[in-house]
Design a protein around this ligand. Sequence first.
Ligand code: OSB
Ligand code: MG
Length: 369
Amino acid sequence: MKIDKFKLRRMMLQLKEPFQTSFGTQQDREFFIVEAYSGDDVGYGECVVNSRPLYSEETVKTAWHIAEDFLIPAIFEKGEIHHPDEVSELFAPYRRNNMAKSSVEGAIWDLYAKKNKVTLAEALGGDKKEIDVGISIGIQESTEKLIQTVGKYVDEGYKRIKIKIKPGTDVEVLRAVRETYPEIAMMADGNSAYTLDDIETLKQLDNLNLTMIEQPLAHDDIIDHASLQKEIKTPVCLDESIHSLDDVKKAVSLGSCEIINIKIGRVGGLTEAKKIHDYCEGHGIPVWCGGMLESGIGRAHNIALTTLSNFKLPGDTAASSRYWSEDIISPEVTVEDGVIHVPDKPGIGYEPVEELLDRYTLEVKEFRP
Ligand code: OSB
Ligand code: MG
């Protein structure tokens, strides 16, 4: 297939409630959408980047720049694309900028699936008809509020509750939740806020029967995480430290983690995500799909990826209504009894609504060969 046109849309949605992590609080959700046009078909990708470089080094501006000035021209220069796996090869000479790469590659994956009249899940090789989902809860103003919030999502059926922690808002808070809900699958995400100096605190988490602890130590570390994993029985899960299959191989060989969180944007796209999935499957490392507070478009990509067999643990892909009073796709993503039914329409399987896209678009730019 040949791409006739790309359209980038910078968008702004408002989260229903602020989302607080150890690195900051977010209410505005600025991001951009990539539309890839070919004949009568359009493929959609989402750049899951943030306005500020707090989670990773990329921002909306840097990712747009990389997409506009390097990635889109590389696609036009190549001309014919036979399979989306060619895209990550084409982008490989450009270092990092994974969220930018993933957004363009994602639009091409959707387009490819639509042209071949298969679902994105099928194009990736996934065959689950429904996927188990959990939810990620931000740091709350009080323990009572947290317990109440956990209760709401447990009642809604979410299969695993993730709670954000930071130094000072961790052991006591999690213990209170555990006492209230002795049975739930519960985990904590430190978003790199701890160091090995906090080892005593991290060891106390070991008594709370957590499914895992996600990225407690530095965003670029796999050495200290290996030391930590030797000291605790709770599985360590890496998020921020993993940008590629090579990173995974090193982390697994060092024993830095027992579980991997795969985010399509963080690893540079679906092709790399699938490689990581396959490698982990062969090495007995379960994976799950992380989230970046996506709009419906990014959410649809996450759902398709999660249909692969080694996504053995519930991910962070919650319902549209958990984030937005109005999502930009039809139908919205819904969760029933902790599962999402995988759509059976070609491509991402949810239709972006033109009128809603326009309503939340701040800036549009089109590119032709
Ligand atoms: O660390 O997984 C994370 C959101 C933004 C940045 C980083 C993270 C998160 C989440 C939310 O945990 C996941 C979601 O609900 O999309
Ligand atoms: Mg995380």
